[in-house]
Ligand binder design. Structure first.
Ligand SMILES: O=C(CO)[C@H](O)[C@H](O)COP(=O)(O)O
Length: 239
């Protein structure tokens, strides 16, 4: 089954996770867009009272255009469920995200969600993370210096480009540097190292965050984390 069909299948299956009255986090990307469409259909068919929180301007606009209520993250007291796509997922449900440059808001929303479900097609499953380049969001000021640090770390950095001349800008106005982490043995250590570099805002390693992956193959497959971490057990910065 082609990738797009699998994305749509997974998006439909994710509706089983949603209940009337929930606050739902909306991911970013083509798969998340299929979910937003499916959710809007269900909300209108069933007359549900659902509020959503979006992880990008793009997803907020899509959701609003489809008649969903989109709140600012600081307007809600809790996020019951977030449904998002991913770029690469290992058997323990660790993943790489940020192919759509929305990793910062995606991680902020995910870490504040009671449950995180990722929708993927089979091609995104990988025995070990690193086939996909790791997106890292950096502030524009001194971005070239941070780039040099990544060169010294042997991570073969490259700036994500919007076009031939301009660097890609995230919704927060930051740059993205994509890193080759295929030779990195300890990803938790790398995650810590990246966070310790001044100028780095966030990275696309989502370790221990996803609770369930829905793979849109025929038949649909689901991988669940055996022990779910509740939102307040996750490694979030203290308020
Ligand atoms: O992390 C993301 C955006 O920052 C996306 O979830 C990821 O890139 C998957 O995208 P798609 O569903 O289009 O394959």
């Amino acid at each position: 089954m082609d990738q797009d069909r699998q994305k749509k299948n997974a998006a439909r299956a994710a509706l089983n996770e949603v209940q009337d009255g929930m606050v739902v986090g909306l991911g970013t990307g083509s798969t998340a867009a299929y979910f937003i469409q499916a959710l809007s259909n269900r909300v209108h068919e069933e007359n549900w009272r659902i509020e959503t929180v979006a992880t990008s301007k793009e997803s907020a606009e899509l959701a609003r255009s489809l008649g969903l209520i989109v709140k600012d993250i600081d307007e809600v007291s809790a996020i019951d469920l977030t449904v998002d796509g991913a770029d690469e997922v290992d058997p323990k449900l660790n993943g790489i995200k940020g192919g759509g440059a929305a990793l910062l808001f995606e991680k902020v929303v995910a870490l504040r969600s009671k449950k995180n479900v990722w929708l993927i097609d089979e091609s995104k499953l990988s025995p070990r993370l690193g086939a996909f380049l790791l997106p890292v969001e950096v502030i524009e000021f001194g971005a070239q210096q941070v780039y040099r640090t990544f060169v010294h770390m042997g991570l073969h950095p490259r700036f994500r480009m919007q076009n031939e001349r301009d660097r890609k800008k995230t919704d927060s106005g930051h740059n993205i540097i994509d890193l080759d982490i295929s030779a990195v043995a300890d990803l938790s250590q790398l995650a810590e190292q990246l966070k310790s570099i001044t100028g780095v805002v966030e990275h696309g390693l989502f370790l221990g965050i996803c609770d369930k992956a829905i793979i849109g193959s025929d038949p649909i497959k689901e991988i669940e984390r055996p022990q779910r971490q509740s939102a307040d057990q996750r490694p979030v910065p203290t308020a």
